[in-house]
Design a protein around this ligand. Structure first.
Ligand SMILES: Nc1ncnc2c1ncn2[C@@H]1O[C@H](COP(=O)(O)OP(=O)(O)O)[C@@H](O)[C@H]1O
Ligand SMILES: O=C(O)C1=C[C@@H](OP(=O)(O)O)[C@@H](O)[C@H](O)C1
Ligand SMILES: [Mg+2]
Length: 178
């Protein structure tokens, strides 16, 4: 994290659950030599409990409020790489803030997303039929991710290091004068 007055994140990663935002974001930050932050981790630190427990004990609306505040704070104060939770972009105020930032959409298809999220219990929105929930979220949210992104990176069939390398190249070329 950085002092107030920073320019904001070098890259903000968005995409659905299993796109690899947390994993790839950490690698991109390492390669750029900057700090990494994840909205879920900020929320968990502030709430003093994990995302799953916030959903169960306080409800999704309470989580979304904490998430909106965490993202707004990080966009203003974190100048490294920032990964968002998959649903953060559903908030209109968050989308408005994102317009001023280098947003990278990590695209993933249904098969790879399902493989990556597996049967873990850490993602409360996927409880039940994982495949049909992932499909529904992909269908609903892909246009939203496309709407906020300046850069889109395909992740199907590619490992995190390869995806991270493409992001580093893409943000470097975005920074060049046209
Ligand atoms: N490009 C990739 N190829 C294969 N597995 C990946 C890739 N990116 C992430 N993973 C794996 O998928 C799982 C979910 O990744 P994660 O970074 O938590 O995704 P997100 O934050 O987008 O939900 C992790 O086990 C991670 O190791
Ligand atoms: O898509 C969503 O609504 C969510 C995605 C999760 O983050 P990841 O996308 O990093 O898994 C986490 O914020 C929460 O379980 C809700
Ligand atoms: Mg994540």
């Amino acid at each position: 994290m950085t002092a107030p007055g920073a320019q904001g994140p070098r890259a903000v990663l968005v995409g659905t659950m299993g796109a690899g935002k947390t994993t790839v974001g950490r690698i991109v930050a390492e390669r750029l030599g900057v700090a990494f932050a994840d909205s879920d981790a900020i929320v968990e630190e502030r709430a003093g409990k994990v995302v799953q427990d916030i959903f169960v004990e306080d409800g999704e609306a309470a989580f979304r409020e904490l998430e909106r505040e965490a993202v707004a704070w990080a966009l203003a104060h974190h100048d490294g790489v920032l990964s968002l939770g998959g649903g953060a972009v559903l908030d209109p105020a968050t989308r408005a803030l994102l317009a001023a930032h280098p947003v990278v959409f990590l695209r993933v298809g249904l098969a790879d997303a399902v493989k990556r999220v597996g049967l873990g219990t850490g993602r409360p929105l996927l409880l039940g039929n994982v495949r049909s929930r992932v499909k529904q979220l992909l269908d609903e949210r892909t246009p939203v991710y496309e709407g906020v992104a300046r850069i889109t990176v395909e992740t199907d069939g590619r490992g995190p290091a390869e995806v991270a390398a493409e992001i580093v190249t893409a943000i470097a070329s975005q920074g060049e004068p046209t």
